[in-house]
Write a protein that binds this ligand. Sequence first.
Ligand SMILES: Cc1cc2nc3c(=O)[nH]c(=O)nc-3n(C[C@H](O)[C@H](O)[C@H](O)COP(=O)(O)OP(=O)(O)OC[C@H]3O[C@@H](n4cnc5c(N)ncnc54)[C@H](O)[C@@H]3O)c2cc1C
Length: 383
Amino acid sequence: MEFGLTDEQLMLRDTARRFVDDVCPPERAKEWDEQHHYPPELFKGFAELGWFEVAFPQADGGGGGGAVELAIVTEELGRASLDVAQCFCLTLQAGLVVHRFGSDAMRRELLPSVMSGDARLSIAISEPDAGSDAAAMRTFADDKGDHFVLSGQKMWCTGAGLPGTKIVCYVRTDRDSPKHQGLSVVLLDPSLPGVELRKIDTLARHILGTYEVYLDGVEVPKDQLIGDLNGGWQVLLSGLSLERVLISGGYVGAAQATVDEALAYAKQRHQFGRPIAEFQALTHALADIQTEVDASRLLVQRAAWLHDTGADAGTAGSMAKLKGSETYVAAARLGMQICAGHGFATESVMSFRYRESIVAPISGGTSQIQRNAIARSMGMRGY
Ligand SMILES: Cc1cc2nc3c(=O)[nH]c(=O)nc-3n(C[C@H](O)[C@H](O)[C@H](O)COP(=O)(O)OP(=O)(O)OC[C@H]3O[C@@H](n4cnc5c(N)ncnc54)[C@H](O)[C@@H]3O)c2cc1C
């Protein structure tokens, strides 16, 4: 059994760590969040370091890396903030959907610009009445021969409003089939007539922004179909384990950075004539949370490794997401208690961690939904 990283993986980690220190340290990520600012240099930086390429096969111009390498990158980006890690994950996730299921023409057109950092992609699954029960979506794509006509409303579409973004949009194409069987996926250009985006005011995730997408008679050419007609649910499931591995790497990085920040504060803050890091009430709490972070990291690495061996990483991915996301929330909660009044001031990085951590066990499938999946793998009904 081997727990270490290879020399190449260590180099990748060190490069990513330097990138965060130079381009997006947590203080800067917090500023971007507060200003609702999307910094183009972030995307360009990812591309220049070849990170978007890592995920794609060498035969398609990619770097031929795997989930282990991607999780190394997302963990380091998570140290800046979850939102920064998500900037990387989101386009990559959607790009991989196009790679697996898009037509040759779509792949030729889109993937080089994903790898070069010029294209941005967003994913629209959720709707006002279809959250955890994603297959309950009602946005309908009416088949009109050479094009579809889309009508409905998507919700919580992260990054949809950034310039040059296209949306991998899940729609219903058959109202009569069972709900999982009548879904399809199209590549939607939000500049098309009939598309309206409205930014949702949220607690965090402000770099990317999160949007409602209103669709009113939007004509989408048939060649923008991704995967088979009515095969949308298979498309959705196909990327789930990698998606969970990627973002869980971000949770681990964010949680580790939070613990590091709380520890640094506890060492320098004196009360009763000594550093508060000497009070056992705090040292044990910090020891416990570091143990949780390490456990989360191991779960992410196991899920990534399983994914790269071609094994089923579904349950392992759910465990990594469950543990990683909840550990980030727990770390931020503890960090606030350790920083106390200084944490409560909104100028503190800890207050930003606290604010942004809350979404971790919600977006990308809630903790309850991960537990359901894990329960099902144990032979229970799990719903
Ligand atoms: C900031 C942010 C960004 C997002 N980005 C995207 C995006 O880019 N694209 C996209 O498509 N979606 C996105 N989402 C949507 C996200 O995936 C959903 O919020 C999530 O799936 C939960 O859906 P919901 O919020 O409607 O909650 P609901 O599904 O209404 O759930 C409410 C509560 O009930 C619980 N619950 C529901 N069903 C069960 C069950 N069977 N068993 C046990 N408990 C259950 C849930 O766990 C939760 O606690 C984003 C959400 C947020 C907040």
